[in-house]
Design a binder for this molecule. Sequence first.
Ligand code: F6R
Length: 243
Amino acid sequence: MEVVIVPDAEAGGELIAEAIAALLRRKPEALLGVATGSTPLPIYQALTAKVREGAVDASKARIAQLDEYVGLPQGHPESYRSVVLREVVEPLGLTEESFLGPDGTAEDVQAACDEYDKALAWAGGVDLQLLGIGTDGHIGFNEPCSSLASRTRIKTLTQQTRVDNARFFAGDITQVPHHVITQGIGTILDARHLVLLATGEGKADAVAATVEGPVASVVPASALQLHRHATVVVDEAAASKLK
Ligand code: F6R
């Protein structure tokens, strides 16, 4: 695992956007796995700027979603499908055709999960998977004690994650779904390159446990230690508890 410490979130976004641009120059049709939440926004902004300046052509890129709430109505502004379309697909000038995601409205949720794992494999696998990290060490929505071999499946969010995410629902925790579909840790580890960005002091304990602790399902992000090409980009605040 490679750890890169950057001064701030903007620098982290720029660094990772350049890594994505380099991938797209090498492989224009690369499948980019994207996370939602606040952390990756500087990446998407920096990448969009590169596309608009003509520094990289993203027109053949394909985008895959990491996770999704279960039960939000189609088109809900906080469904992760809506967020990824708004923050990534549209700014990059792509269309829904280039986008893969699990169906959080499916009646048979487990079938939707299995279909998504198959769709990722059919698409040739994720080339670069962007990850954020929860304050409890989750990646995707693999909460603590998720199996390190897990595949895409339904999970129940912890109270901590629902509290953390209430800000996307006008601070009203009752609006935050209890269930999600998430790529499993095993699914995430299938990607060719994992890039985790963590910013802010609130992530410092989770980052220290991920990078310096044992590989353990109680800290799902520690599974990155098992991957042959994992990059952890942290700002100084998130790095503050590294030895
Ligand atoms: C969301 C996801 C989550 C977030 C994590 C951190 O797609 O995969 O693991 O990355 O909850 O969220 P933020 O960045 O909002 O702190």
